[in-house]
Design a protein around this ligand. Sequence first.
Ligand code: XMP
Length: 541
Amino acid sequence: MKPNALPPAEPHHHGGVLIVDFGTQYCQLIARRVREMGVYSRITVPDRVGTMLEAMQPAAIILSGGPRSVYEHDAPYLDPAILMRGVPVLGICYGLQWLTQALGGKVEPGVAGGEYGRTEMEVTEAGVLLDGVDPRTVVWMSHGDQVARLPEGFSVLASSEPCPIAAAADPARRIYGLQFHPEVTHSAQGERILRNFVLRIARCRDDWHPGNIVDEKVRRVRELVGDDGEVVMGLSGGVDSSVAAVLIHRAIGERLHCVFVDNGLLRKGEREGVEVLFRDEHRMDLHVVDARARFLDALRGVSEPEQKRKIIGKVFVDVFRDKAMALRDARSPGPRSLGPRFLGPRFLGQGTLYPDVIESVAAHGGATATIKSHHNVGGLPEDLDLVLVEPLRDLFKDEVRAIGRELGLPAALVERQPFPGPGLAVRCLGEITEERLGPLREADAIVREEIESRGLHVGLWQYFAVSLPVRAVGVMGDQRTYENVCAIRVVSSRDGMTADWELLPVEVLRKISNRIINEVRGLNRVCLDISSKPPATIEWE
Ligand code: XMP
């Protein structure tokens, strides 16, 4: 069972920046910095540069940093012909070293083993690249090797004490290089330098703004789906699937059929919220499948976390497939024996984002492309033979939020905290029963209410309640209670990969605790989770 290949082509957004990934951890950061200027950018691996140049026709190329030495025999290979195309090129760190070597200069190990961290750099000849940069400015260096001799035609623009060639240029060929990293915020004027390259030297088109992006995406969905194609998609109520659905809906209207699966593991008010927003306000064809019993039956007696996740993923696919087939058959012009031609959905909408599909160089594994393909509705019903429609495939999360706002989605949805696919199951430790999910849902709603009503959620990554499978003794009135323990988890994070626990003001904690113990039957004790990730994870299971 496999969904058909990806949509025919990625957008041919001419005039943007092609970023060649030599294995740096900062590639996505470079791409984002460029997009923040309103210029389209894409990342590719050295092997695919030729294809991408033809497809994308970029106005500029940025060569990233990387962990290797250019003189190692298995250093990432890139065809030097890209330097002959007349397209402006900026090499950063390893990128500078690569182009130095490719053009006949010399790279050597740096003095004292390299230069790492903040360094003061002196600008000796600003040119356009360093125009407006202070004569002495702080930059972020992270290199073992450095350029010992520049190729013919290049001149030095700036130096640091350990690195005499910190910036260089050959303006006639429009080839530039920086030994430091302008993309990280520690380089005080890095943004200005990148802007000089992208907007002034390469004169890239700065038309990558939410309004234009929406127009382009809508046009492309229409092109792909055609005049009579229909799309089915799973709508979870999360940011990505919601924005993707509204975008597709704008393109093809009632030919989009959204399926919302109520798995019984949702937070309080979630299903109703989705119904009101998408069916009533956005007038979408929304099909809510009540699969609560199916999920809870499948989960009965299961407490092992991985097993729970697997069951939930599998049941989701089964439920979604059943619904998609029913939609397809309902729209079929005749008996299925007539063959595969039918008028029902031929396309599957998904909210896949750019970080999930970026082709990147494995950090230390040379130029091996690792292409992750992440399916954010869990597994996919592949036997449905549907073609994927993924309008967010080249967007970062913050761009998706900006588009969501542009499409008129409410701030509460666009800014909402992540909620895992398996839902409350990963926060209801031990066996999942409706008797335990009910109190957890109430406690979670209290945590959210108390935090959000005070505006404390701004800057937090996630805040939620967890139900522990231990019972504690308490007293309510004159009655002894013997009920479950609830934990509160509040974390900050930049990307979910690492996280710090955050302490809410004491009066807020007191209010949350009082309300849970007094208002929620089934929970009689509240604890605070003060574990960071790593070594803990954000979710408890
Ligand atoms: P952990 O618990 O691994 O979570 O620290 C990191 C981030 O990922 C979210 N998460 C998930 N999101 N499906 C999702 O869509 C999942 O199965 C899943 N598990 C964890 C979690 O909420 C946190 O933001």
